[in-house]
Design a protein around this ligand. Structure first.
Ligand code: ADP
Length: 690
């Protein structure tokens, strides 16, 4: 109900409110005002009745006094009183009666209208019955129960309780043609005249009061109805003028606005609140239009911006896919206090998948520690600094496993995210290394060549000069005419051994130079000869090398142990030279004090093959472990053959095969030469940031 009222139209609510006000107003008039008016009218009527009866009562007193003075006898006084009072009238049809108080059947002493009532017993039906009685002039009003309502008895009852009282009953009205058939409500005042035991009374019909009240009620109803109707009419006009029409106009305006027509004005006249509402709504619409225009402009800009971003994203994605660099996106992993403790791969490009041999689905989501199998995430602090500060970082790094080099560019993507772009610079690095080695070799070569070629040259020069002196002495002896042939013979005898010696040395020196130049040629050939890299069966290769050394082994009485060797990647011819050289040295530098034992083993280490040629020879002092790979370097030139070029050539060859050589040795115990080469299965491994 309440909800219905709340949702009802304004006009309906106003009608309901007015109805409620009218009901309240009417209720107050009918239930409070009219009863009050009725009470007051009745009281007025009662008061005037009482005054009249009191006045008439004073006549009885007067006659009784005249009896007392002896002027009149009691009977005469009573007759005069009856006569006098019986003739008293007042408007419009008022009269007085007298009755006695003889219970149980009191009788009328005088009744001026219906004379046959006088002296008659009037307790038989249809004699009027009393309805209400009031003892005294202001006592309570009692309704008389049926059976006890004999009218004259009720008069007696009223005066017995207070000397006077009011009684209500129905009674015919006196007319010139006698009493009416119809009975009308009537109220009488009765008073006892004690000296004679008489009751004097007079009554007044009260139907006129009820008629007046009925008229008043109808007047009130009619007036209220008229006021209500007028108010409704006014309300209707008011609603139409000030509410309905402005509302309809505003609604029409709102519909137009919602249909996109922002320019049409609001039609109609507006007053008071409606005018203010109109101005507020039109202002609001104006503001909305402005805001909408702004929003549309911003939306257009946003759309253009988002299209630009979309195109950029497409381009970046294409770039991301097509880049040959290894691009990986990461996000930092933070602990509860916000400190970076790890980082996670969130995306990678095709080049990364290609290099690692892993699919994106297997990589994305992995923590750095899981992916690189490390205790702590590699370069965590540096990467976290980039991600948070936005400062890019570029550095070179090397994979632990296969010595590959990468140029790592790190850039922040915001939000604790960063990207690493790895460029494989292994080739460049190796080339740089190679150039550095070559330069070093070249320096050594120039130095060694100039140094080692110089000593035989100095020899040749010295002995050449000696030869020159000898030739000059012989020439002088031959051209001197005075000298005899004996003298020439003597000169020849003395110079000949010197010349022979000088020639011998010159010859040795030229041989030495020849050997050096041959060695240099060898070295140069080793650096230039074509290489054919492929899988090499090392067991077969070493078997061949060893068989070619069989004679020498037997000659020095040495043993050679071989174990199964892993295959490697390289050039078989060049590797034969390497190991022939190493075995040759092992044999050459055996300790004559003990039987020689030479062994070769091979293992796989971090994806590479590492071979070890071990002997129990004289060993090499630690300070020469690096020097022996230099050109022409021999530790004890007097004791051994060779030009000190073997290990330099070995290193040269291994350098070209992506190999390496190093030595571990203890003088007096023996030496171990290690050769590292790429394994057959090794492929370009992924570049960890380590
Ligand atoms: P060469 O051709 O004169 O043998 P290498 O370059 O092969 O020269 O060796 C250089 C020097 O290294 C040798 O003169 C020798 O002193 C030392 N050396 C090489 N191999 C061994 C070895 N297995 N045991 C001890 N010394 C060695």
């Amino acid at each position: 109900m309440l909800r219905f009222l709340l949702n009802a139209s304004l006009a309906f609510k106003m009608v309901v409110i007015m109805g409620l006000v009218a009901v309240l107003f009417l209720g107050t008039l009918l239930l409070v005002y009219l009863p009050t008016v009725e009470r007051e009218l009745r009281q007025d009527r009662k008061d005037s009745l009482r005054h009249l009866v009191e006045v008439t009562h004073s006549l009885l007193i007067e006659y009784d006094q005249r009896v007392g003075t002896g002027e009149l006898s009691l009977a005469e006084a009573q007759n005069r009183a009856i006569h006098r009072i019986g003739n008293l009238r007042y408007e419009p049809s008022g009269y007085f009666w007298l009755n006695d108080t003889a219970l149980p059947s009191p009788r009328f002493i005088m009744h001026p209208i219906v004379s046959n009532l006088i002296g008659a017993a009037i307790d038989q039906a249809p004699f009027p019955q009393a309805r209400q009685v009031q003892y005294g002039r202001a006592g309570p009003i009692h309704t008389i129960p049926a059976g006890q309502n004999n009218l004259l008895q009720t008069f007696v009852d009223a005066v017995n309780h207070g000397g006077e009282g009011y009684v209500t009953y129905h009674w015919p009205k006196p007319t010139p043609n006698g009493p009416t058939e119809k009975y009308y409500p009537k109220e009488s005042f009765v008073r006892l005249f004690e000296p004679w035991g008489w009751i004097i009374g007079s009554g007044s019909y009260i139907d006129d009061i009820q008629a007046r009240l009925a008229r008043l009620r109808w007047t009130i109803l009619a007036a209220t109805g008229a006021i209500l109707a007028a108010a409704m009419l006014l309300l209707a006009v008011f609603m139409a003028l000030f509410v309905t029409r402005p509302m309809a106009a505003l609604m029409h305006y709102a519909e137009k606005v919602s249909a996109g027509d922002w320019t049409s004005p609001v039609a109609g006249r507006f007053y008071g609140e409606a005018a203010r509402l109109k101005s507020v709504i039109t202002q609001m619409v104006h503001d909305l239009e402005h805001a909408l225009q702004q929003a549309n402009t911003q939306r257009g800009e946003a759309l253009r911006e988002s299209e630009k971003n979309r195109l950029l994203t497409v381009k970046l994605n294409a770039l991301f896919k097509a880049m040959t660099e290894l691009v990986v996106l990461h996000e930092l992993v933070l602990d509860e206090s916000g400190q970076p403790v790890n980082y996670r791969i969130t995306d990678c490009n095709a080049a990364f998948e290609e290099a690692t041999g892993l699919r994106k689905a297997d990589v994305v989501g992995k923590l750095a520690t899981e992916f690189y199998f490390t205790e702590t995430a590699p370069h965590l602090n540096a990467f976290a600094h980039v991600a948070r500060s936005g400062e890019p970082l570029v550095f070179e790094t090397r994979t632990a496993q296969d010595e590959r080099y990468f140029l790592l560019s790190v850039a922040s993507l915001g939000n604790n995210e960063f990207v690493t772009i790895a460029t494989d610079i292994t080739k460049r690095k190796r080339t740089e290394q190679l150039i550095a080695n070559k330069n070093k070799e070249l320096e050594q070569l120039v130095y060694a060549t100039s140094h080692d070629l110089r000593s035989p040259l100095v020899n040749i020069d010295g002995y050449g000069r000696e030869l020159g002196f000898a030739v000059a002495a012989i020439q002088a002896a031959g051209t001197d005419s005075a000298s005899s042939s004996e003298k020439l013979a003597a000169v020849l005898r003395t110079t000949m051994p010197e010349m022979t010696n000088a020639l011998h040395h010159i010859r040795n020196s030229t041989r030495q130079m020849d050997a050096l130049i041959k060695g240099l040629l060898d070295l140069s050939r080793a650096g230039r000869s074509a290489i054919d890299i492929g899988p090499v069966d090392m067991d077969a290769l070493i078997a061949k090398v060893v068989s070619s050394l069989d004679h020498q082994l037997k000659h020095v009485g040495a043993q050679l142990h071989r174990s199964a060797l892993p295959p490697c990647k390289g050039d078989a011819i060049q590797l034969s030279r390497v190991f022939a050289n190493l075995f040759g040295n092992a044999l050459k530098f055996l300790d004559p004090q003990r039987p020689g034992v030479i062994a070769i083993r091979g293992t796989m280490e971090a994806g590479r093959c590492v071979y070890c040629v071990e002997d129990n020879g004289i060993g090499i002092a630690p300070e020469y472990h690096g020097k022996i790979f230099e050109l022409f370097h021999r530790l004890d030139p007097a004791r051994t053959e060779g030009e000190g070029l073997g290990l330099a050539i070995v290193q040269q060859i291994l350098g070209r095969l992506d190999g390496a050589i190093w030595v571990e040795s203890t003088p007096g115990t023996g030496s171990r030469f290690f050769v590292s080469l790429p394994s057959v299965r090794s492929k370009d491994s992924f570049p960890g940031p380590v």
